[in-house]
Design a protein around this ligand. Structure first.
Ligand SMILES: Cc1cc2nc3c(=O)[nH]c(=O)nc-3n(C[C@H](O)[C@H](O)[C@H](O)COP(=O)(O)OP(=O)(O)OC[C@H]3O[C@@H](n4cnc5c(N)ncnc54)[C@H](O)[C@@H]3O)c2cc1C
Length: 414
């Protein structure tokens, strides 16, 4: 089967769907291809920073996504036993987005997709994987996909790779990706019901232990999510001993959460996530552009990935509009030029944080609590915290490019 559109977006994650909605609202015909058939799956972290909340609000999807169910967290903290070494109070930021929002991705993505689907010129092909690029006159002119019972050729003027950290589009376009090894570790990730057994902190917490740190997040739906960092490739060793050492490790580091551990009966309840960061050396090539995790991959430290993916979409939107109206695809090159300094800054910050938290060097282990306690007192701390929360303050949704009444979906079903 064959279809034609102006922009073909691969990947219906936060980056892809946000860009698709911005373009649909600007009257562009967009087709989104997504390999998963449904949004009902387990995701990685789901914490949305204030900057990302602002983007969604400007797009008219924040309230609807939140109404599907979400949880407001008030602070981030780094703890060591009973001691809070560092705390960032989100309530101290200016309203209205002064919370850490735990927003289940399925709620966010469903809301974004429903808004996109109000536009007649929006197309969605779930259950389809990208398999190849269509080249024409030396530029990318579309993609090919395969689904369970169908194969598509989608012709488009621009192809967007928003297909995440293992991006197939990136590989097909031959754009090299540099993995940053300093981050490498695995995360054993699981969610347990609270059922009145503990009073979870309204926070995202990193808990220092005598081994690797543990991430604890109060979750939507009366749950707590735990992420136990493991040395990269350390799972087989852990699995030999079953779930008991994991329970013991949490009870030792977080005695207040011990009553929840009776719900952790087996390692089957956990998923193992490969955590890494990295950067594609080029994001743009002949009518193809990467954004979100496909262009720059982030570790969970600082809950930055979704925020950055949303802001990428906002920055790319006017450039795609210009490329479509002038036919000059070289304007897409402005996207990495404008975006890379901020992304590098975030990666550097996350790298430093990861090194400080994960290093096994006895010296770093000794200094860790002291440095963490000192950091909030440095003059740079408020600036760094604001950057983590808001990202690049210059990146604003260009609603002037939207077609009149696009909030209702002007091209909606008649
Ligand atoms: C353990 C962990 C915890 C994290 N916690 C947080 C957090 O709390 N807050 C935060 O902001 N960030 C967090 N992040 C980072 C965050 O998950 C990502 O940065 C973010 O999801 C990037 O969005 P994206 O749209 O670029 O990519 P993704 O969310 O990865 O979406 C890519 C989409 O493309 C689809 N796709 C992939 N391949 C193909 C293909 N071949 N064909 C078609 N479709 C395809 C995928 O199914 C997916 O739907 C975390 C990361 C990790 C590893």
């Amino acid at each position: 089967m064959e279809t034609t559109c102006e922009v073909c977006v691969v990947g219906a994650g936060p980056a892809g769907l946000t860009l698709a909605l911005l373009l649909a609202r600007s009257g562009v015909s967009v087709t989104v291809v997504e390999k998963a058939t449904t949004f009902d799956r387990e995701y990685r972290g789901e914490i949305l920073q204030p900057g990302g909340q602002a983007v969604l609000d400007a797009l008219g999807v924040l309230a609807g996504a939140r109404a599907r169910g979400s949880l407001e967290l008030t602070h981030f903290q780094l703890v060591d036993g009973d001691r809070v070494l560092m705390r960032v109070d989100y309530e101290a930021f200016p309203p209205p987005y002064n919370i850490l929002l735990n927003l289940p991705q399925r709620h966010l993505l469903t809301e974004l997709l429903e808004h996109c689907q109000r536009f007649e010129r929006f197309g969605y092909l779930p259950g389809n994987k990208v398999t190849g690029l269509v080249w024409e006159d030396g530029r990318v002119a579309g993609i090919t996909t395969v689904g369970r019972n169908e194969k598509w050729t989608i012709r488009s003027r621009i192809v967007v790779g928003a297909d995440g950290r293992y991006s197939k589009v990136r590989r097909l376009a031959g754009l090299p990706f540099d993995r940053m090894d300093t981050y490498e570790h695995d995360l054993l990730w699981f969610r347990l019901p609270v059922q009145g057994r503990v009073q979870p902190e309204d926070a995202v917490q990193i808990v220092l232990t005598d081994q690797q740190p543990i991430v604890v997040v109060r979750g939507y739906g009366d749950t707590v999510q735990f992420g136990c960092a493991l040395p990269h490739g350390g799972y087989p060793e852990l699995a030999k001993h079953g779930v008991e050492p994991v329970r013991e490790r949490i009870i030792r580091a977080l005695p207040a959460y011990a009553p929840l551990m009776e719900s952790l009966a087996s390692l089957h309840q956990t998923s193992l996530l490969d955590v890494f960061a990295g950067l594609a050396r080029r994001w743009v090539r002949d009518g193809l552009v990467l954004l979100g995790d496909a262009a720059h991959t982030h570790s969970p430290f600082g809950a930055q990935g979704i925020n950055l993916a949303l802001q990428d979409a906002v920055l790319l939107h006017p450039l795609i509009m210009r490329a479509l109206s002038t036919g000059d695809l070289s304007v897409l090159e402005q996207f990495p030029r404008r975006r890379l300094p901020g992304i590098r800054k975030t990666l550097r910050f996350q790298n430093t944080q990861a090194r400080m938290l994960m290093s096994k060097s006895p010296l770093v282990a000794f200094l860790r609590p002291r440095l963490a306690a000192l950091m909030p007192r440095t003059p740079a701390f408020p600036k760094i915290s604001a950057y983590i929360a808001y990202g690049d303050p210059e990146i604003k949704v260009r609603s002037d490019l939207f077609t009149p009444d696009s909030s209702e979906g002007v091209h909606a079903h008649h």
